[in-house]
Design a protein around this ligand. Structure first.
Ligand SMILES: [Zn+2]
Length: 468
């Protein structure tokens, strides 16, 4: 039944911009403060106040457009979208309706398919309502937080495609330092527009909108549920109504909320408090010149130029914090493959939310290990210690007494003694040589508390065992 229909999906994505202050006033743009502490007469819209546009927010919006192949409108303006709701003290939201900053871009999926972006516009967020029992609580801290709304063309044709698009877009905004897109904090939210049509038909079906979804999973489920619902209606000869439906995450279904509102209902008009916004071409070029690499571009650099595997490149770029760190380390020590191993093994396992070691110190420890000044084994606690104390690794290594001080000539008698004491292992060398060498090296490092040069030690062990 499903293959008789095409599913047509368009998305609207709200992302909170990573600016220090709100979009039209100087209140801090921070998450998690005490309710109603980050407010002022401007964002509360008290009489006699006027909004002043935050330049940083405009720059971040331009950046979002350039990174998604949009054109930048040199002249654009803000409008008032009028409606009453308790989370909006102004009774209107300042947004861009007719002429937004960015238009006509696209994002490419892994299949090569391009998902068109009709526009990205800058607007302000509303306050936040929390309903507990029969009471509702309002926090205006979020009122006036800058949002970009990215509107796609109806180019998406499945739930999986929608999720891949959202993951890609999120990667672009996070890597571009445009938005943090923390879904669990509401920093990225989604509206889904969906209709179905007979396969191959050019006539679109009635569109249903599902608003304010807050995870990729709920977008996926909502698309699956709603497309099945619409197809079932059409199969029964019934009509799909153009309406807004509310997604219920717990029940895994949606319910009708209201008929879909036309834009005209909001009686939009140009905000008389804000002049026409002129974006000089030079500013756009300046931003374009400094655009950071996207995840896709970084992966290409890592695999083609640095020789990493697809897998390793994927692990490092999965988190911007680690790939930023890795990029800094490479500037200091041009051994990309080795650095990738160190970052994946010794850094990632010790870091939760913040890297508490500088690239300089991290690289210094790797250099010490490469120069056999310390053993690879002792590099691990040294990294942990630097993270704790922020002291210079060389000073710390001395304090921890892990500098390789053992003269290679002293190794021989120790190895001889070990071989003497482990006849069974000597016997097993014939069948599992690698395992036995590792065994003896391990014993030796234990005895010398890691101060022996392990490469040299393995050489000696091998030659001794081969001679047996
Ligand atoms: Zn304010």
């Amino acid at each position: 039944m499903r293959d008789k229909y095409d599913v047509v999906v368009g998305l609207e994505i709200h992302a909170e911009l990573k600016s220090k202050t709100k979009v039209f006033c100087s209140c801090a743009n921070t998450y998690g403060a005490e309710p109603n502490t980050l407010v002022c007469p401007v964002c509360l819209a008290l009489p006699g106040t006027s909004p002043v546009l935050n330049k940083k927010c405009v720059e971040l919006t331009i950046k979002s457009g350039l990174m998604t192949n949009c054109k930048i409108n040199e002249y654009n303006y803000f409008e008032r979208k009028n409606y009453f709701y308790p989370d909006l003290t102004k009774s209107y939201q300042i947004s861009q309706v007719k002429v937004p900053i960015c238009v006509d871009g696209y994002v490419t999926l892994s299949s090569g398919k391009k998902i068109g972006i009709s526009d990205i516009h800058l607007e302000e967020d509303t306050g936040k309502l929390t309903h507990i029992g029969d009471k509702s609580y309002i926090d205006y801290n979020r009122g006036g937080v800058p949002l970009i709304e990215t509107v796609t063309k109806p180019d998406i044709s499945s739930a999986d495609e929608a999720v891949e698009f959202l993951e890609t877009l999120r990667g672009i905004y996070v890597y571009g330092d445009i938005a943090e897109c923390k879904l669990e904090q509401g920093g990225m939210r989604f509206d889904v527009n969906l209709s179905v049509k007979k396969k191959g038909s050019t006539e679109l079906g009635k569109r249903v909108e599902m608003k304010n979804l807050n995870s990729f999973r709920s977008v996926k489920r909502a698309i699956e549920y709603e497309s099945a619902r619409q197809i079932a209606l059409l199969e029964e000869g019934k009509e799909v109504l153009g309406e807004t439906r509310k997604w219920d995450e717990d029940k895994n279904e949606n319910v009708a909320m209201r008929a879909k509102l036309a834009t005209a209902v909001y009686r939009c008009f140009a905000d008389p408090d804000l002049p026409m916004l002129h974006i000089p071409k030079e500013l756009v070029e300046e931003i374009r010149k400094d655009l950071p690499l996207t995840i896709a571009q970084l992966k290409e650099l890592y695999t083609k130029e640095y020789g990493l595997t697809e897998y390793d490149a994927g692990v490092i770029t999965a988190n911007k914090m680690f790939s930023d760190f890795y990029n800094e380390c490479i500037k200091l020590y041009n051994k990309p493959k080795e650095l990738s191993t160190w970052v994946q093994s010794e850094l990632m396992r010790n870091v939760k939310d913040k890297i508490k070691i500088s690239p300089e110190h991290f690289v210094k420890i790797i250099e010490m290990a490469d120069a056999k000044k310390i053993s690879r084994t002792n590099a691990v606690p040294l990294i942990a210690e630097v993270m704790k104390t922020q002291k210079d690794p060389e000073v710390l290594a001395k304090e921890m007494d892990i500098i390789n001080s053992m003269d290679d000539s002293n190794l021989e008698p120790l190895i001889d003694a070990l071989i003497e004491a482990n006849p069974k292992a000597v016997e097993d060398f014939k069948t599992t040589p690698d395992k036995i060498i590792t065994f003896f090296a391990g014993q030796l490092m234990k005895q010398t508390r890691g101060k022996a040069n392990v490469v040299k030690a393995k050489e000696i062990i091998l030659s001794k065992l081969q001679g047996k």
